[in-house]
Write a protein that binds this ligand. Structure first.
Ligand code: GLY
Ligand code: MN
Ligand code: MN
Length: 533
């Protein structure tokens, strides 16, 4: 709703357009977040403190902001969804004179006027009561409160805050807190995570592997200018003896501020999902599968990409999902070849494949499901050949989703099947390099669509996508009959003790099952709206 009387009462413009998000009553429990904070503490170095700022509000235009989304690490640890907050965690209990604490949350104040426009805020007392924190302060206290007395900490853990600030009045108190923090820790103007990673690598280097480490850093230098420009790293790569490298190791700075440990700990915490998380993820995924099913029934030649997107998203809302995990991708024909095609503005999808990659967000957790269907209801010969090749690769990938498999193995096996199949179909020559499968096969899924997590061995409780694809844009170097065919099949797989569990299996996946679903009539087919010129 447009704010009434905006022009007449300039003071109203000062009212923050921050949206109250409070917390999910039917989402993760306060006990979950509390246990996760304890797990973080147990992985922090001794006598350290971690600062986890939430996301800024992002401005869309003029006095309208984008719908607010909290930082997912912050949300994972707190369950709190209001902006302008920071969580401070200490590795051990600290005595602050008036109180002792091993965690402090700073939040925005209650504000009746702002709440009239944008909804209720929890405030200090609400957060204590609902989220189970003992020590909660107003964000205006951040710089003054002893939590920022950093002298007593040997390490200060933070994410890279380099590019995290948005100049807007809605973010004033977040920016003030970040600036206080930066000035207290003497945060450098330029701080590169990758440079810090290289420093750590050198710190862990022994004489016998120093040449290998120099090679690895050399490879990073080729793609990261900041690594190339760092004098210590330059010297390390160019050093011609292990002795010279060991001497350089002594020059690696060891600042109190550490921006590489916290992301690694959060990867470790978030990669394996608890039963509570799995049930929320399952709900998001099942809702998204219903979206795919209903579109399969309703799809007809001549529908627009946007209308199809609308059906998926209407179904998410009908179930009460709060949003989307990422912008919906609905690409007809050649548009399916654009991997993150989000314009979705083709007015009439005709006789071609339709690639639909969408995910509902349910209580913070997002699905990521792709189906590719023939808009006419039947695959033609070429479409079917490509579809079945992708499907074969996907089946092999899903079968590998067992504890102990190397993440990279899934990509390796699916790619091999696709390469082999493309050669058999005559689309490439055997062994020829090509760009018809230009993306990875799998990623973690959770609070983020590309969720945090390591990419080593699979563990029970991980949820990952398996999403091979083949995309043959118009003008490709192959027979014209393949042009404009784009197929991705993407499912969300839970690694269990009993093997892979496909959480998105409700959405038909085989050629036969899709064609059968598309024969079922949809209530939407008889829904005529008035013509508007
Ligand atoms: N929807 C983004 C992805 O599949 O990774
Ligand atoms: Mn994906
Ligand atoms: Mn996807």
């Amino acid at each position: 709703m447009k704010k009434l009387l905006l022009a007449a009462f300039c003071s109203l413009m000062i009212l923050s357009s921050v949206q109250a998000q409070s917390y999910f009553q039917d989402g993760l429990s306060a006990a979950f977040h509390k246990e996760r904070r304890q797990a973080l503490r147990s992985l922090m170095p001794a006598n350290s403190v971690a600062f986890i700022f939430t996301n800024p509000v992002k401005n869309r235009s003029n006095d309208v902001d984008f719908i607010y989304h909290p930082n997912t690490d912050f949300f994972y640890l707190t369950g709190f969804r209001e902006p302008n907050s920071v969580l401070v965690i200490f590795s051990e209990m600290r005595d602050f004179g008036d109180f002792s604490a091993n965690e402090i949350l700073y939040v925005q104040a209650r504000d009746p006027q702002a709440e009239q426009w944008n909804g209720k805020r929890l405030g200090v007392e609400g957060v204590k009561e609902l989220l189970g924190f003992d020590q909660v302060f107003l964000n205006t206290e951040f710089g003054k409160n002893p939590a920022l007395d950093l002298q007593s900490s040997s390490k200060i853990l933070s994410f890279n805050l380099g590019k995290n600030q948005e100049e807007s009045s809605s973010n004033a108190s977040l920016i003030a807190m970040i600036n206080d923090f930066k000035s207290d820790v003497q945060y450098p103007e330029e701080l590169s995570e990758v440079t810090m990673e290289m420093y750590e690598l050198i710190r862990a280097t022994e004489v016998e592997n120093s040449a290998n480490v120099a090679q690895v850093i050399g490879r990073y230098q080729r793609v990261h200018p900041e690594v190339q420009n760092d004098p210590i790293l330059q010297d390390f790569v160019q050093a011609d003896s292990p002795e010279k490298r060991m001497a350089l190791k002594k020059q690696i700075p060891d600042p109190k501020l550490d921006i590489t440990t916290l992301p690694k700990i959060m990867d470790q915490l978030r990669e394996v999902k608890s039963a509570e998380e799995i049930s929320l993820l399952t709900k998001a995924i099942k809702i998204s599968a219903v979206g795919q099913i209903e579109v399969m029934k309703a799809a007809a030649v001549g529908m627009s990409e946007r209308e199809i997107q609308g059906i998926h998203e209407f179904i998410y809302k009908r179930y009460g999902a709060e949003g989307l995990g990422y912008p919906s991708i609905v690409g007809g024909g050649n548009n399916g070849c654009i991997l993150h095609y989000i314009e979705n503005d083709l007015k009439s999808v005709d006789q071609r494949l339709l690639l639909m990659d969408l995910g509902a967000e349910w209580r913070g957790y997002t699905a990521d499901v792709t189906r590719t269907i023939p808009i006419s209801g039947t695959f033609n010969q070429e479409e079917k050949a490509i579809y079945e090749l992708v499907s074969k690769a996907q089946e092999a990938g899903i079968a590998l989703c067992k504890a102990g498999t190397d993440f990279s193995e899934i990509g390796h096996v699916t790619r091999q099947i696709i390469n082999e199949g493309l050669a058999e179909l005559g689309i490439i020559k055997r062994g020829e390099r090509h760009n018809y499968f230009p993306h990875g096969t799998s990623h973690h899924l959770g609070l983020d669509v590309h969720d945090r997590g390591g990419y080593g061995k699979l563990k029970e409780g991980m949820v990952l996508t398996v999403e091979p694809g083949i995309y043959i844009p118009e003008g490709s170097n192959c027979d014209k009959k393949w042009w404009g065919i784009a197929v991705r099949i993407e499912d969300d797989i839970l690694v269990t003790a009993a093997g892979p569990l496909n959480l998105s299996a409700d959405a038909p996946r085989t050629v036969a099952a899709i064609e059968e679903m598309m024969r079922i009539p949809s209530i939407l087919q008889n829904w005529a709206l008035p013509e508007i010129d």
